[in-house]
Ligand binder design. Structure first.
Ligand code: GAR
Length: 203
């Protein structure tokens, strides 16, 4: 295999997808290629970013596919049809079942906007994570990239980066700082690292 074929799963704005696209365009993502972007939300702006980068897109809506089992069956079918080697969850706001993740050991990675094991697991997604960090009063937060298994946010950690919390932060301000200083940096780096290990047959 020359390059790992990557599918990026998204639900929203897709700034992390954009960071991956930029890494691909700059050559930083040498051992992987983004072959497919899949959204579980109709009209997600991430799809537009993929189209602008001339990457194939798909929208899979859970309720139109008969719920979780139907969604995951269709997802599996599409990933196989596209010869995908690595799945990247980049702002994908739905939890994949243990049945699904067991089919992709060491082949699914996720970016989470906190330093796991803080502020993670079920219910901790998007802005809620930063709200929880501010409510707790932590002075340092950050982002984590990890492998995905049957435990939400529970797989082996690949990379982490700390970001300071400042007086007067709102969840929105903190989210932006965590994205800029941590997520957009460590997600492309981790994508490259894991792609390289897959290509070299080490993972
Ligand atoms: C990002 O902060 C990502 O880490 C988070 O949602 C945001 C998506 O932004 N993901 C989760 O909370 C998953 N548990 P994006 O669509 O602009 O990449």
């Amino acid at each position: 295999m020359l390059r790992a074929r990557i599918a990026v799963l998204v639900s929203g704005g897709g700034t992390n997808l954009q960071a991956l696209i930029n890494a691909q365009e700059s050559g930083a993502l040498r051992d992987g290629e983004i072959a497919l972007v899949i959204s579980n939300v109709d009209g997600a702006y991430a799809l537009e970013r993929a189209r602008m980068a001339e990457i194939e897109t798909l929208t899979l809506i859970r309720r139109e596919l008969g719920g979780r089992a139907g969604f995951e069956a269709k997802l599996q079918e599409e990933l196989e049809a596209h010869g995908i080697d690595l799945i990247i969850l980049a702002g994908f706001m739905s939890i994949l079942s243990g049945e699904f993740t067991a089919k992709w050991p060491n082949r699914i990675i996720n970016v989470h906007p906190a330093l796991i094991p803080s502020f993670c697991g079920k219910g901790f997604y998007g802005l809620h994570v930063h709200e929880a960090a501010l409510n707790y009063g932590v002075k340092v937060t950050g982002a984590t990239v990890h492998f995905v298994n049957e435990v939400p946010d529970g797989g082996r950690i690949i990379a982490q980066k700390a970001v300071e919390v400042r007086d007067g932060d709102t969840p929105e301000i903190l989210q932006k700082r965590v994205m800029e200083q941590a997520e957009w940096v460590i997600l492309p780096e981790a994508a490259q690292k894991v792609s390289k290990e897959i290509v070299e047959g080490k993972l």
